[in-house]
Design a protein around this ligand. Structure first.
Ligand SMILES: NC(=O)c1ccc[n+]([C@@H]2O[C@H](COP(=O)([O-])OP(=O)(O)OC[C@H]3O[C@@H](n4cnc5c(N)ncnc54)[C@H](O)[C@@H]3O)[C@@H](O)[C@H]2O)c1
Length: 285
């Protein structure tokens, strides 16, 4: 199936990034959020990102203009009736996503492909709520989308090979490297990355070293571009805790047991950069 237009629902951190790369790759892109104001803010953010790319001479003004022309904000779900591919990137809440898919069932054409950017919810479970589960797939982008090269392509047990092929081709057209992953909690990247971050939190909790040292040794000794605790602050401690709980529930075993310090910090509202305090303090800088 040829994809010409892409609808994106939920244009926060991830949806706006996906919209930018899709529009830059020549797709006609429709954006919808809970309000037009939010969707327009996403367009402003994209415009700002593109202006920076023009300043750095990574793209020229024509590319910026064309990219913005490819983006349209819509208020109503019925605008997605012609959509070839609809990517859901709303809040990580299974009920909210299922409700959205129920509404989309009334609107989309039968052969439309529906993708979710969920980080942790079962693709099989979400597919069960759409009209054509064979045309449902996980397309897991990474933050920040314009910079991160990977898309995990996740098939539920209902997903057809043709759907996987189309999602793979679209990811490549977006300049990304797709990787096919089984529908299993945490998929691949988060299953490996999040327990490592959790272990770094345990090392801090048990006094192995202080936070700065833990990050420094992982940068110097393991060649990580960013320390695990700084990365935790970037992702959000609440997001990490929720993902660990999903992995612990679905996969079992002590290895996904969230560090008590992580849990306490979430209770305190120390969620990382977004609240000004996490493993590091961002309020003074
Ligand atoms: N943030 C990350 O690093 C990251 C990485 C990969 C995947 N994800 C996944 O991507 C999805 C979005 O995450 P995010 O970080 O962009 O969240 P976000 O909070 O930045 O954005 C979510 C957006 O969805 C909108 N929204 C909520 N309900 C809606 C509805 N019913 N209809 C339309 N819009 C609605 C919100 O107004 C908001 O603008 C989640 O499933 C998350 O797990 C996040």
């Amino acid at each position: 199936m040829t994809i010409q237009n892409i609808g994106i629902i939920g244009v926060g951190t991830m949806g706006s990034g996906i919209a930018q790369v899709a529009a830059q790759s020549g797709y006609a892109v429709l954006l919808k959020d809970v309000s037009d104001d939010r969707a327009k803010k996403a367009v402003q953010k994209i415009e700002g990102n593109l202006s920076k790319l023009v300043e750095k001479q990574k793209i020229d003004q024509t590319v910026k203009d064309k990219t913005l022309q490819n983006i349209k904000v819509v208020s109503d779900l019925t605008s997605f009736k012609e959509g070839d591919l609809i990517i859901e990137a709303i809040t990580e809440n299974p009920q909210a996503k299922q409700e959205l898919f129920r509404q989309l069932n009334e609107v989309v054409k039968p052969d439309a492909l529906i993708a979710t950017n969920t980080s942790s919810i079962s693709i099989t479970l979400l597919a069960a709520g759409v009209k054509n589960p064979g045309r449902f797939v996980g397309m897991h982008f990474f933050n920040p989308v314009p910079l991160m090269r990977l898309v995990e392509i996740i098939a539920g047990i209902q997903t057809t090979e043709e759907t996987i092929k189309t999602a793979t081709e679209v990811s490549e057209k977006l300049g990304k490297t797709p990787a096919r992953i089984k529908d299993s909690a945490g998929f691949a990247v988060n299953r490996i990355l999040i327990p490592m971050i959790n272990e770094a939190a345990y090392a801090l909790y048990e006094g192995v070293a202080d936070a700065k040292t833990i990050d420094a040794v992982m940068q110097l000794g393991a060649n990580h571009p960013m320390g695990p605790l700084a990365l935790a602050d970037f992702v959000g401690l609440d997001v990490l805790l929720a993902a660990l709980e999903v992995m612990q529930h679905d996969l079992g075993g002590a290895k996904y047991q969230p560090c008590p310090l992580l849990r306490k910090m979430v209770e305190a509202g120390w969620l990382g950069r977004k609240t000004g305090r996490g493993f590091f303090d961002y309020r003074i800088s």
